[in-house]
Design a protein around this ligand. Structure first.
Ligand SMILES: [Zn+2]
Length: 292
């Protein structure tokens, strides 16, 4: 979608939209409801203070699907991603899947997620994880929604299921909190997906992730906090958990790895985010129109 729009059009849309002259950042993946060490208002204020003013609030289970939508209705800055996380599929019900099916048309629901496979924790039986992953992927494919994929120590099965569904529907979306290497990132990019870097990128020991960040086509890179998890190195000691406002630290690290100006990276990440989540772009356009 954004490929039809020029880079400058998007950048000026963003600035017009927010009616400000300062620079802005997007956290493409956070769990506001899990940040129980801070109030919602203070979390959003902290984000604003750090020039982060678009937050994708991601559900993990039936209750949080309902919560992220309610939060998106309360705050202009918040957009919702609804789905059942592999950890939580053991407790998911038909009613939860119905809720997702009945709400993907909500104007502030921009993607289905987070969905996927997690064989590191194995909190839910693997067969059930696979079943829910495929069901939700198919659902996203049928409805032309991007997906937010969580995949940990489950690369082969993830790829197999994604490829199977791709035979029936063109899928798009992001492999969030990417933990695999440059080779796997290349496969994600070839399939048309984006790859998202969390605060882990700022850790000294994250050599593999830094290598992935070095080699990935920049058009497919996103950044996220996955708050309250994976606080960037700089704030690890002082903060009780990660916050969307800290996404800028990951941006700085990515800019340094790619030897890019932070301003240029910021505009590029904005464009990449709109490319990955077309409904976010249309929601922003509507918000701009409403502002006059
Ligand atoms: Zn997450």
């Amino acid at each position: 979608m954004s490929s039809k729009k020029s880079y400058m059009t998007l950048a000026s849309l963003y600035n017009d939209l927010l009616k400000m002259n300062t620079k802005h950042w997007i956290d493409t993946h956070c769990h506001i409801g899990m940040c129980d060490f801070i109030s919602e208002e203070d979390l959003i204020k902290h984000a604003h203070d750090n020039n982060v003013d678009i937050l994708l609030d991601v559900a993990v289970d039936g209750q949080s699907c309902r919560d992220v939508i309610a939060r998106a209705e309360r705050y202009d800055e918040v957009y919702a991603v609804i789905g059942i996380h592999p950890h939580d599929v053991k407790n998911a019900t038909e009613a939860d899947l119905d809720f997702i099916a009945n709400n993907f048309n909500h104007p502030k629901v921009v993607a289905i997620g987070e969905i996927g496979l997690d064989y590191y924790r194995d909190y839910s039986p693997r067969d059930l994880q696979k079943q829910f992953f495929e069901t939700q992927l198919r659902f996203a494919g049928e409805n032309n929604m991007p997906v937010v994929i969580h995949s940990r120590k489950a690369w082969d099965d993830t790829l197999e299921i994604v490829n199977e569904v791709r035979r029936d529907f063109p899928l798009r979306g992001v492999f969030h909190c990417f933990g695999y290497g440059p080779k796997e990132a290349e496969i994600c990019v070839d399939m048309g997906f984006h790859v998202s870097f969390p605060g882990v990128l700022t850790y000294e020991h994250s050599k593999k992730l830094k290598n992935t960040a070095k080699s990935i086509p920049m058009k497919r890179a996103l950044i996220e906090t996955d708050s309250p998890f994976m606080t960037p190195a700089k704030f690890k000691k002082q903060s009780r958990g990660n916050l969307p406002g800290y996404v800028v630290e990951t941006a700085k690290e990515l800019a340094s790895i790619r030897q890019m100006e932070l301003d240029i990276l910021q505009n590029l990440l904005f464009e990449n985010t709109m490319d990955c989540f077309p409904k976010l772009l249309s929601a922003l356009e509507k918000r701009q129109a409403a502002l006059g």
